[in-house]
Each structure stands twice: as C-alpha cells, then as structure tokens.
Design a binder for this molecule. Structure first.
Ligand code: AMP
Length: 267
C-alpha cells in the first residue's frame, strides 16, 4: 500500500463479508472512482451487542474471494481479531449526537464499534475514497461526520440500496430468515414505497404517514417493530412535517433477524 499512496487513487469498501449483490455494486462504484480498489472483510466483534447475532453471522470466505476476484478487486484485506483488538486495547472513536437515535437507541455501543473499526481500517488502508451503502444510511452519515470531525483525508460516497426483485433490501442477514419470514420481509419496503407515493401526492405530515407504514408492516403480525422514524438527513432529528430532505427509516425483527430499510425523499 505504501508504494501506491499518493500515486494512485485508492478506493475502499469495508464489509463484514458474505458478499452479495449490494456489496458487489459498492465495489463497482468504488472501481469507477479509483485506480486501486481495496475490499476489507472483517466481522467486527465490537459492533455487536451481547445476545446479538455475532455467532450466527454468515461467513464464507472462499466464496467471497471468488466474487471479489470476479469483480476485479485489487486488494482483499482480512484482518484478524488479534491485530484489530490486541490485549489491553482501550481506544474508541465515538460520534455523539448522530448515534443516539434510530439504530443507536436499541443497539447501544453499535456505532462506537463501527466508527472505531472504520477509523482503524482507514488508518491502515489510507483510502482517497470509501463507498458505503444507503441501506445503512445512519452508518454512512455517522462515518461522514467522523471523517469531517477528525480531519481524515477521505471522501465518503453513499451508493443506493440494492434490492431483490420483490423489493427486499439485499442483506447478508436475509440468509437467516425462514421461508415464511422471507415471504413477509418485503413488507418493509412496500410500506416505505407507499409512504413515498403519498409524499409525492402532497401528504407531508408525519402523524398521517406513520400509521400507514406501521399498518402495512403489521400485515405480518410476527413483525416486532423497533422503530419507524422520519428525520432530517443532516442531524437525524425527528421531523413533524417533511419540507426538504428527509430520511424515513424502519427497523423490525422477524424472529432472530433484525431487518432495516429506508428511503430518502427530497422535496
Ligand atoms: P456489511 O457487510 O453488511 O457491513 O455491509 C458493508 C457495506 O455494504 C455497507 O456500506 C453497507 O451499507 C453496504 N450494503 C449492505 N447491503 C447493501 C445493499 N443492499 N445495497 C447497498 N449497499 C449495501
């Protein structure tokens, strides 16, 4: 890496592996923005809470290598826990306000784990540009804040969410859905799309839009809703009425699997 720095534009896509077409789209986007593309694969223990799915998070490193090679990735970096969190490790990066709401409310310390590992990966890879998915919009905005606040010389690009044919956002976790859960999972996006249509038709009051989303999701009574929120795209603060740009985000559990999705609307 040292020989490349400053000579070639380095693009970076951090992932937890079990690559799917969402990751592959980020890699293509990254290649279009850089001369050397770096993929990292690391299931970062510090972003999982106690009782979360770290142990059952899907992994298949051989398949990941094949897919990465096929996409023309130049460097695949797979750190190990002993390198990332050696004994006596005690340094954490925290973005304060942006991580309090949405996924941060029900996953305390999740974003602290994400920002810490991404800061470490940025220090190791030293990319010029890094690509993140809109599927995890709060994560991308938190990382953009961290980079600005800590003067990290890397451009953060957010790429659109890749979906299955029925609208479900592609995710490594979808593998852990049972067949009936998989059939119900697209309700999340269906609810967001319905909300989007209503906004396009002039409804901007969140108190009217919220029950529409909730009722569509609850067509599957097995859904346990974590949150349905409408926030501004800069500070992630709740909006009563949509006037400019808004992030409408949902998180819900089906059995053991926690699914998230969102749309960004611009008026
Ligand atoms: P993960 O491996 O789940 O940590 O995700 C690694 C990167 O891929 C993150 O920037 C995610 O936002 C992005 N990503 C995951 N799923 C999708 C998707 N369906 N569409 C676009 N990007 C995605």
């Amino acid at each position: 890496m040292r020989q490349l720095r400053g000579k070639k534009r380095i693009g970076f896509v951090p992932t937890m592996g079990y690559l799917h077409k969402g990751h592959l789209q980020l890699l293509r986007h990254c290649k279009s923005l850089s001369q050397v593309s770096v993929l990292s694969i690391y299931v970062n223990p510090s972003q999982f809470g106690p009782g979360e799915d770290f142990d059952i998070y899907p992994r298949d490193i051989d398949r990941d290598h094949r897919l990465a090679r096929h996409e023309g990735v130049d460097i695949c970096f797979q750190p190990i826990d002993a390198e990332m969190y050696p004994p006596a490790y005690q340094t954490w990066v925290t973005v304060e306000q942006l991580t309090r709401g949405l996924c941060g409310a029900s996953r305390p310390n999740h974003f602290r784990g994400v920002t810490t590992v991404v800061a470490k990966l940025f220090n190791i890879v030293q990319p010029d540009v890094a690509v993140f998915g809109q599927k995890d919009a709060q994560q991308a905005l938190v990382i953009r804040r961290m980079v600005q606040d800590l003067n990290m010389p890397v451009e953060i690009v957010m790429a659109p969410t890749v979906r299955e044919a029925d609208g479900l956002a592609v995710s490594s976790r979808n593998k852990n859905l049972t067949a009936p859960q998989r059939r119900s999972a697209p309700l999340l996006y269906k609810a967001l799309q319905d909300c989007h249509h209503r906004i396009e038709n002039g409804e901007t009051e969140w108190r009217k839009l919220y029950p529409v989303i909730r009722d569509i999701i609850m067509q599957e009574p097995a859904f346990q809703i974590d949150y349905i929120e409408c926030v501004d795209t800069q500070h992630l603060q709740p909006l009563q009425r949509i006037t400019t740009s808004a992030l409408i985000a949902v998180a819900a559990r089906l059995g053991k699997v926690r699914l998230i999705d969102n749309i960004i609307v611009d008026l």
